[in-house]
Ligand binder design. Structure first.
Ligand SMILES: [Zn+2]
Length: 346
């Protein structure tokens, strides 16, 4: 079988095995399970919330996983954990997380090269394409939640920005970024002021907003750090995408750290309500079909009643798997989405 041609919209095929070596998976799963057990032990302290996207209290049950309950907003279809851990419980969870420690010590060092080339370099290309296409200045780029700093380091090395600054509250991750020569503000974005950072032309935040107790406040804080006409780029899961729609609670993206599953429409409305004009929302995910394919093979998802889906996802997987993923990505149907917005000048 010949390799599929690169799709300029979706990029090259990607496999989750390239990102997390199989031999490390068991250790990571055990560490994560202990984190989950610790979080569940505090569920009596969880806080009831309205829809984090539109504020509606109208909802119906979506699913339950590990004893955590998710609702779906009746108005905007955002899926959200409700009740959910308070910001203080979340902060303590991440501070003591064995899963994050395992990642830092084992998975990240073993997979960084693959992540850099397969994920972060295409991300940088996409951010630069937005800057070129929408005429965004490229003096200062602020990354909120840089983790180990892979993207920020690439952005800095690209030479396209005069200054790249990372905002990272976790001391270990802030240190990891500093070791790569990245300028780091070791604070939560909520605590960053104009004295800490210059006005940014571009603010990026990858895979962060789905973790947050109060995403609206987060976007307002992002807006305060961006100059008028500046660019905001956010990526996160799409709760109406293929793998989350098919697998529900069995989707890998559904875990207790992810409390918000927006969709292209609901995230657009929220971002617009926080002072931005949305430029584009895309779903360049590359893993939906593989996640569903794997779930079927492992016997956790049954499609025996659906011969057509079985044909695409199993019988003719080698021929149809990647084209099907491309179809999802190009039509707003993948479970991984990107939103680009410009700060409104008012
Ligand atoms: Zn809603």
């Amino acid at each position: 079988m010949s390799l599929p041609l690169e799709n300029p919209f979706v990029g090259n095929p990607l496999s989750e095995h390239e990102l997390c070596p199989d031999e490390l998976l068991a250790g990571q799963e055990a560490a994560f399970q202990r984190d989950i057990d610790r979080l569940r032990a505090r569920s009596a302290e969880f806080v009831a919330v309205a829809c984090p996207a539109c504020g509606s209290a109208q909802r119906f049950p979506a699913f339950e996983k590990y004893g955590f309950i998710y609702d779906r907003c009746a108005s905007c279809l955002t899926i959200y954990m409700n009740p959910r851990p308070s910001p203080q419980i979340m902060e303590e969870y991440y501070r003591h997380s064995e899963n994050y420690a395992y990642w830092a010590h084992y998975i990240f060092p073993a997979s960084e090269q693959a992540r850099q080339e397969k994920i972060h370099r295409p991300w940088l290309g996409r951010v630069l394409r937005y800057c070129d296409q929408y005429g965004i200045a490229t003096r200062t780029l602020l990354e909120i939640g840089p983790g180990f700093g892979t993207f920020a380091a690439l952005a800095r090395e690209s030479g396209r920005f005069e200054q790249v600054i990372a905002v990272e509250p976790t001391p270990e991750m802030a240190d990891a970024c500093r070791k790569r020569g990245i300028e780091v503000i070791n604070k939560r974005i909520e605590d960053v002021t104009e004295n800490d950072v210059p006005e940014a032309d571009v603010v990026v935040s990858f895979e962060v907003i789905e973790h947050l107790f109060a995403p609206r406040e987060f976007l307002v804080q992002c807006s305060k750090r961006i100059g008028h006409g500046g660019l905001l780029v956010v990526s996160c899961p799409n709760g109406l995408g293929f793998d989350i729609s098919m697998l529900g609670a069995k989707a890998l993206a559904v875990d207790p750290e992810h409390v918000n599953f927006f969709n292209p429409r609901s995230l657009s409305q929220l971002v617009a309500a926080c002072g931005f004009d949305v430029l584009e929302v895309t779903t360049p995910g590359r893993l939906d079909a593989e996640f569903v394919h794997d779930a079927i093979l492992k016997g956790v998802f049954d499609i025996s009643h659906d011969p057509f889906l079985k044909r695409v996802m199993i019988d003719e997987w080698d021929r149809l798997g990647w084209p099907f993923q491309q179809f999802l990505a190009e039509n707003g149907l993948s479970s991984h989405m990107w939103l680009a917005a410009r700060k409104r000048s008012t």
